[in-house]
Design a protein around this ligand. Structure first.
Ligand SMILES: O=C(O)CCC(=O)C(=O)O
Length: 252
């Protein structure tokens, strides 16, 4: 990957970086088609389950829902950077698709991890832009350097909006940010979707947002390659004591 060191440096200091050309034209086409298919399938239940509202539409656990998303997180144009920052054994903490609702409302600033952990990189959200991200269609906004400032709480964030930078990026780019950076999707003032894949990576020893081994069916798990299973944390489980057999069981 070009510029790995400079992207890693920016992520460590500013808390974010923009990497162009992570998805080529064919990968973009396939990712859009796959996400649209999942959204169409979930349309009948999306509102009642809270997956579609006046701010965004989201689809969770994409590798279970579409084969395209099983190798998505292993892209050689991005994965080495995630490993550099989160360790070789880094895992996927969640893998979602999201569009800001056309003509909808903005999202409030928030962080994606449970707490601010100054000086440590525990999670990185690699937000893959499937459409051009522009101010009009609700590009991501974020506060550079905020990963090292205690998160003041959602109710206090309105006063800090003036510090937020709107990050414009071409389709195929990744906006990567530390999970502790204050950020949000902005108001989509167009009548078109503004689609993204949120590939949220973490160190293998912190709590993921989603339990992938439990969320992936045995049928899909049987089709996964070893490196896919590793990425989805199948081997990052704690060891446990099997009281019936009186033996210890260790994850590989
Ligand atoms: O897609 C975006 O611009 C950010 C969305 C976001 O932060 C979230 O859904 O938690």
């Amino acid at each position: 990957m070009h510029d790995l060191d400079s992207h890693a440096q920016r992520l460590r200091t500013q808390g974010y970086t923009v990497i162009k050309g992570v998805l080529d034209a064919e990968q973009l086409r396939q990712a859009r088609e796959a996400l649209d298919e999942v959204f169409r399938h979930e349309e009948p239940m999306a509102r009642s389950r809270g997956w579609k509202n006046e701010v965004y539409q989201v689809a969770y656990m994409l590798p279970q829902k579409h084969p395209h998303f099983r190798r998505f997180g292993l892209n050689p144009r991005l994965y080495p950077l995630m490993q550099e920052l989160l360790g070789r054994e880094c895992v996927m903490a969640s893998l979602n698709g999201l569009t800001m609702t056309p003509g909808g409302k903005p999202q409030g600033l928030h962080i994606d991890q449970w707490e601010t952990v100054p000086g440590a990189v525990l999670y990185i959200n690699a937000l893959h832009c499937l459409d051009d991200f522009r101010k009009e269609n609700g590009c991501t906004r974020l506060v550079p350097g905020s990963q090292d400032r205690p998160f003041p709480g959602r109710d206090k964030m309105a006063a800090l909006e003036s510090e937020a930078l709107q990050v414009e990026a071409e389709a195929g780019s990744v906006i990567a940010y530390n999970g502790g950076v204050w950020h949000a999707g902005s108001q989509n003032r167009t009548d078109q979707p503004r689609r993204a894949i949120h590939a949220y990576y973490s160190r293998s020893w912190v709590r993921p947002q989603w339990d992938f081994p439990k969320s992936i069916s045995p049928e899909v798990a049987a089709e996964l390659a070893e490196d896919e299973k590793r990425l989805f944390g199948f081997y990052a489980q704690p060891g446990w004591y099997d009281w019936q057999a009186d033996r210890q069981v260790r994850a590989r």
